[in-house]
Write a protein that binds this ligand. Sequence first.
Ligand SMILES: Nc1nc2c(ncn2[C@@H]2O[C@H](COP(=O)(O)OP(=O)(O)OP(=O)(O)O)[C@@H](O)[C@H]2O)c(=O)[nH]1
Ligand SMILES: [Mg+2]
Length: 458
Amino acid sequence: MRTSFLSDDTICAVATPSGMGAIATVRVSGPQAHAIVCHLFHRQGKPFPEERIEGYRAYFGQLVQSSTTLDEAVVTFFKAPHSFTGEDAAEISVHGSVYIQQRLLELLIEQGARLAQPGEFTRRAFVNRKFDLAQAEAVADLIASQNEAAHRLAMNQLKGGFSKELQIMRSKLLEITSLMELELDFSEEDVEFADRSRLKALLTETLKHVDSLTDSFRLGNAIRNGIPVAIVGETNTGKSTLLNALLGEDRAIVSDIAGTTRDTIEEVMNLDGILFRFIDTAGIRETSEAIEKIGIERTFRKINEADIVLGLIDATQAPSLIQSAIQAITDHVDSNHQTLLILLNKTDIVQLSGGVGLSISAKTGKGLDQLHAMLVEIGRKLMDTQNAVLVTNMRHYEALKHAHDSLSAVQKGLDEGIPTDLVAQDLREALYYLGSITGEITTDEVLGSIFSRFCIGK
Ligand SMILES: Nc1nc2c(ncn2[C@@H]2O[C@H](COP(=O)(O)OP(=O)(O)OP(=O)(O)O)[C@@H](O)[C@H]2O)c(=O)[nH]1
Ligand SMILES: [Mg+2]
């Protein structure tokens, strides 16, 4: 369980990006934060008296040590528990010289503060119950967000949208637990339990809820890391040429030797505000060559992971070969979850009639504007998730998967008439996994690995 406690030391760090800037902000948090800052912060030629501090007020003054003025500064004080961390805190804005930032940290450390570890401010906020773990992770996502959809997702999670969903599930599970306990109480007296149907219905409902969140991971991931677009086809159809043309740079090796691309190559690219992750793959053909075989297996995996598949066909071959190549790609695409675009390449050499796909030339750029427009349109539709709660975090995804397995075991147990006290163990596990997402249940190790990924000063 999460225990709330106040740290006994005071931490400091530069909260703005490293290097020179117009302004830099140094954060200080902990029991000595006000005393330490007041010692250095002078107004009207004297140190600012700590007892005069009013929260949420910005004060202008000078940072002075041994009668040397380091800089002018604006200081904002926050009083516990009304601060980001929940502790006494201060934010000092100075001119953004690298020297001033460094020297100010040294002075704060001389006065008794210590340098914060990555994510330590946010970790303190979590420990002081300012927000739950999923929300703390959303802070990191918000800082990392580079497009509108990713920003909206992080904001939603920060406001607690996802946490609320989890709470709903948790309370359902608790109801299931109490129904089961009721059954246990009566089992000695050999009374037939009345409300098994309610129990089963609740279980089905919760499982569905868990699954819809797990399913949303695919989209959540696309928003964060770019919509995966796999470029696939037989060898020498021009996949790498197309990747280079889309990126506008010579990223992949192009040659007329079949089997040039052995491994997958991924590059992220922003098209009209939507992030795409283009994946060039090894061309599909029968081969006895070991490394190429591995590459081709990987191609099939990448097809599965992709939201959009660009099936590249060499238009210079005989019509019957074109047909069978299209069929081979179509067979590997799941039209329920994926969009397939057939691209007939090399139409700078041959003229094709008949509309089986989009005629392009990766070499001359013909048809690529149209492809660009189609990708953006598909991307927009995929991203259209205005208020949906999506899972974007691998840790959450895995916890939900575990919760699913435990709940399935409960369901199976009930169906097979396994004694309730045995099933109850699986139910406790499901509760544990859901609780681990928001940090109701957590270990120091888990917290350490989460917060160490933050930057210093956050
Ligand atoms: N005329 C013409 N040639 C092209 C076009 N696109 C690619 N090529 C040529 O086709 C050959 C194969 O191109 P790549 O891009 O290496 O093909 P690939 O599909 O990546 O091939 P593998 O990696 O071996 O599977 C090269 O010689 C390219 O210059 C095109 O639109 N028109
Ligand atoms: Mg290639």
